[in-house]
Ligand binder design. Structure first.
Ligand code: KIV
Ligand code: ZN
Length: 535
């Protein structure tokens, strides 16, 4: 607490762990690194980088975040583990190289979970908690314990389990409302009771972790903080299991906007919020709903005449926070076709991108191409351009060219040129029900991995007829389970953006599922043009 009585809440971001558990939100380890770097820039205190025991890929992803982002002045890097020696070994292996590593272990404590999932008695759960927290502590000084489904657990039993965890060396106790069941007043009372009643509770950090099944995650999180918790577990855009987790931006901005009510602060640089939100949305392929608090496209737009009139007279009439506070630039006239390389570099640096000369040259070239097509280039345009060019999964297939003919008079036809994993370049043409269908069919012929398009969305990044179009798609590899893969593309030409998004999703799918058994149509070593029927 500082002299004015203000306490700091630690922000524990679990976008890369609970968030990645959202259906279709798979992230490659390169994407995880980019997001982790951005989370560090945003000022989060702890990054939960993944669940290392889930797969070798997950372990490698967490290890890379620990090595590349877990610097001495960077965030704590945390790995999740079930309360078993095997999981804890893997979590430690993944985070040990971070300057500030943390192991987060959990065990369910609700009767329903203990009886039906764990098949353990209360005594066994207390004993396992004690044993596994001590096991984690023999590796690491920073150990967090979570009684899973605490929201539906008996508070008296929770006190017993949490006291055992403290005795065994836990330094943070996290109280998850795993199924988003509690009301804010109940969660407040639960947190207050546990903090007051648990022996040793005054020597640990109490943490809140809420899910949004009833739309109460942020309200519950704020209630838990009012009850004395000093760590909030959150995700960007509120992504996560089922209805998601508490969203970081809502908690950070509630505390920022209402300091005299909460008397709580965070280390978050709020001006990085919009950018982080866009990055997570682009990489996960999960669009943000337009009316989403803080980061939705409509969060700062005023439609009603009375509101517009009020805003023009005094901004505070209808705005409790300014768009600039969350990093949403008001000025649309950021850069134009006459802007030079220096101005472009300065703007990139202001947006947080530091680039080597070669990357900067490439980005500047892309910017000039865009500025030739578009009168003004906004921050959102620059971010889309950078995301498109430099981020995303490693490319197995790269688009070398696209040509589409469509309209009422003829058959929509797309011709695509891709370079592939075997070092060859192929051209395919296809006829489809529309230009996007034709494009996707032509790509499919070259890639040769059957998949189903489960979602396709188009949006404009900025206003105006020359706006960049942004396409998000989600695909599922046929005969490969329920997992879906998202892709994102941006371009002034909506068909090109659609092709980029589809190819990004395909590259991500191949990064996760491999491409050895792919069966492209025809001979992959030659350039081939064939026209197929509409599907
Ligand atoms: O919701 C939950 O219970 C969790 C735990 C693993 C902390 O995510
Ligand atoms: Zn959770």
């Amino acid at each position: 607490m500082d002299e004015s009585g203000v306490n700091t809440v630690r922000i524990f971001d679990t976008t890369l762990r609970d968030g990645e558990q959202s259906p279709g939100a798979s992230l490659t380890s390169a994407e995880k690194i980019d997001i982790a770097r951005q989370l560090a820039r945003l000022g989060v205190d702890i990054i939960e980088a993944g669940f290392p025991a889930a797969s070798p890929d997950d372990l490698e992803g967490v290890r890379r975040v620990a090595n590349e982002v877990g610097t001495p002045d960077g965030p704590v890097i945390c790995g999740l583990a079930r309360a078993t020696p095997g999981d804890i070994d893997k979590a430690w292996e993944a985070v040990r190289d971070a300057a500030k590593p943390r192991i987060h272990t959990f065990l369910a404590t609700s009767d329903i979970h203990m009886q039906h999932k764990l098949r353990m008695t209360r005594e066994q759960v207390v004993a396992r908690t004690r044993e596994m927290v001590a096991y984690a502590r023999h590796y690491c000084d920073d150990v967090e314990f979570s009684p899973e489904d605490a929201g539906r657990s008996d508070p008296a039993f929770l006190v017993e389990v949490l006291a055992a965890a403290i005795e065994a060396g836990a330094t943070t106790l996290n109280i998850p409302d795993t199924v988003g069941y509690l009301a804010p007043a109940e969660y407040f009372m639960l947190m207050e009771t546990l903090i007051r009643e648990t022996p040793g509770g005054d020597g640990v950090i109490w943490s809140v972790h809420c899910h949004d099944d009833l739309g109460l995650a942020t309200a519950n999180t704020l209630a838990g903080l009012q009850a004395g918790a000093r760590q909030a577990e959150v995700t960007i855009n509120g992504i996560g299991e089922r209805a998601g987790n508490t969203s970081l931006e809502e908690v950070a901005m509630a505390l920022h906007t209402r300091p005299t009510f909460y008397h709580l602060t965070t280390n978050i640089d709020t001006t990085q919020i919009t950018r982080t939100s866009r990055m997570v949305s682009n990489y996960t392929g999960m669009p943000v709903q337009p009316n989403k608090a803080i980061v939705g496209a409509n969060a700062f737009s005023h439609e009603a005449g009375i509101h517009q009139d009020g805003i023009l007279k005094h901004q505070a009439t209808y705005e409790i926070m300014t768009p600039e506070t969350v990093g949403l630039s008001q000025s649309n006239l950021v850069l134009g076709k006459h802007s030079g390389r220096h101005a472009f570099r300065v703007r990139l640096e202001e947006l947080g991108y530091e680039m080597e000369d070669a990357d900067l040259n490439l980005a500047f070239q892309r910017f000039k191409e865009l500025a030739d097509k578009k009168k003004t280039v906004t921050d959102a345009d620059i971010e889309a351009l950078i995301a498109d060019e430099f981020y995303g999964p490693d490319e197995v297939f790269t688009m070398e060219g696209i040509q589409v003919a469509c309209g009422q008079m003829g058959m929509p036809t797309a011709t695509i040129k891709l370079s592939g994993p075997d070092g060859t370049t192929r051209i395919e043409a296809a006829v489809g029900a529309g230009p996007i269908d034709a494009t996707y069919q032509a790509i499919d012929r070259i890639v040769g991995v059957p998949n189903t398009l489960v979602e396709f969305r188009v949006a404009a990044i900025t206003e105006g007829i020359d706006a960049l179009g942004e396409v998000t798609v989600r695909i599922r590899r046929d005969e490969n389970g329920r997992r879906t893969f998202g892709g994102h593309g941006a371009d002034t030409d909506i068909i090109v953006a659609s092709a980029k998004a589809y190819l990004a999703a395909i590259n991500k799918m191949l990064a996760f599922t491999g491409f050895e058994d792919r069966q492209p149509e025809g001979d992959s070593s030659t350039i081939r043009v064939s026209v197929g029927a509409a599907r």
